[in-house]
Design a protein. Structure first.
Length: 130
């Protein structure tokens, strides 16, 4: 059911975005409709491919699994590997152990010599980079 709703949303967005750029008083031309159909077919194929990858356990965005550089938090390039939603274990892999941790209800702040990381419900919410 979730896959069907994803496809329905995708089709709706595609049609809305494609048709919204056309003047309200004109009907889409055959060329416009062919372009929309081609784009829709490409997007459907992409969604199906991603769904197969998800079902088989393949990482959807392997680029985010780039190995951190030596130096942990002291290396500015490692901070660029952080992304909202990351789990604490992955942040530790990238930046290393923080100097200090402070928990306030559902939030947890990790302090490094040159920055701070904030988690909400054990997911990376924000970070202050050096």
């Amino acid at each position: 059911m979730k896959r069907q709703s994803t496809r329905t949303l995708l089709v709706s967005c595609l049609m809305f975005s494609g048709l919204s750029s056309m003047p309200a008083h004109s009907a889409p031309s055959d060329a416009d409709m062919q372009a929309l159909r081609a784009e829709l077919a490409a997007l459907r194929a992409r969604v199906e491919s991603l769904e197969k990858d998800m079902a088989s356990g393949v990482a959807i965005n392997p680029a985010r699994k780039v190995a951190p550089l030596p130096g942990g938090a002291s290396n500015a390039q490692n901070w660029k590997l952080l992304a909202k939603g990351m789990e604490p274990d992955r942040v530790t892999e990238i930046l290393g152990e923080p100097q200090r941790r402070k928990s306030i209800r559902k939030h947890e702040n990790w302090y490094y010599p040159n920055g701070k990381v904030t988690f909400y419900l054990r997911r990376l919410k924000s970070f202050d980079t050096p």
